[in-house]
Design a protein around this ligand. Sequence first.
Ligand SMILES: *Cc1c(COP(=O)(O)O)cnc(C)c1O
Length: 361
Amino acid sequence: MSKFPILAQSFQFVIAYKPMDKELDWSNLSFGYIPTDYNVRCRYSNGRWGEIEVSSSEIINMHIAATSLHYGQEIFEGLKAFRGKDGKVRIFRLEENAARIRSSAEGIKMQPVPEELFRKMVIEAVRLNARFIPPYGSGASLYIRPLEIGTSAQIGVKPSEEYLFIVLVTPVGPYFKEGFKPTNICIMREFDRVAPKGTGRWKVGGNYAASLEAGERAHKEGYSAVLYLDPKEKKYIDECGPANFFAVKNGKYITPASESILPSITNKSLMTLARDMGIEVEERHIPIEELAEIDEAGACGTAAVASPVAEIHDLDNGTKYIVAKDGQPGPITTALYNKLRGVQLGEEPDIHNWNTIVEGI
Ligand SMILES: *Cc1c(COP(=O)(O)O)cnc(C)c1O
C-alpha cells in the first residue's frame, strides 16, 4: 500500500467538490439515503488487499456473474459518527464493528477485512464527508455503512476469489422525531428470519431479504416490527426485526441468549451501562409467557439506540401483552437511552473507551 493513498487523490477532491445546494434541514432528515461527496473502496484480488481508493461516484461497475449477485455473498455493518458537545467528532465502537464484519466474513466464506484497513477507511470516509456530519443538538448523526461483496465472475457455487469493500456514509435524522415514544410490535409464527443453525449471528444481507415479507405484513397492520421466536422450538423470544430485544423485569435487564440472533453492539453497550448503574443483567432464554411479567421492553440497535415497546400482540392466538401500562417509556429504558446518547455526544465521560475521536474536522 502506498504511504499516502488518500493524498494521491486530493486533486479529485477539488474537482469533484459538490457544493450543497442549501443547508440540510438536519432535524428533519429521515433514515434514508442522502448523497455525500465521497466513498472509500478497497479491492481484494490475487490474494491481497489493494490500495484504498477514494471515489466521488455512487456507482460500482461489477461483473454480471459476481457471486454477490447470484449467491448472496454480501455482508455489511452500521455505525455512527456524532458531533459532540465539545465540537469533536466521535465514531462509536469502531473496533467492535471491525471485529463483527470479520466474523460475518468468516461465516459466509468471504475474505475478512483487516481491522487496520477497516479503521482507516471508516475514518477517511468520515473525514472526507465532514460537512455532512450533523451539528450537535440536531439529534441527527452521520451513519456509516461499510459493506463487502464477492465480485468474481463465477457460476459454480463456491466462495468468490475477489472482493470489494466499500465504506459509504449518509446523514440520518433523529430516530424519534415525535419524541421517545413506545410502539407496538407483533409475534407471527408463519415466518422465520433465519434458521436455527443458520446465518442469524452474522450481518448478512440475505437475512434481511428473508425478513421483508413478515416485516411488510407487520407494518401494514400498524406494528413497528416483528418479534421473532427462536426458529427451532418457537418457545423463546429471539430478535426484534432488525434489532435485538431486551426487557426489564423486577429491576433486571434481560435479553435473549440465542445463536440465531445478531450480537448487537448497542445491546452489549446497554448491558455494560446497566451493570455500571448497578442493574443486574441476564442473558438467557426468555419464554414467550414471560412477556406477561415484564415491566419494560425495547428494541436496540445503532439506528434507534433503544426503542421502547408499548404492547406485544401475538397474532396467532390473540394474546396481548401490555408492557408500557401508562403508554410511556419505562425508567430503566429511558435512563439507559440517555446514558448511551450522552457517551456518544461527549456529554458523559467515555469510561470504557468506546469512542474514536476523529481529529482535525
Ligand atoms: C445490525 C443489527 C442489529 C443491531 O446491531 P447494532 O450493532 O446494535 O447496530 C440487531 N439485529 C440485526 C439483525 C442487525 O442486523
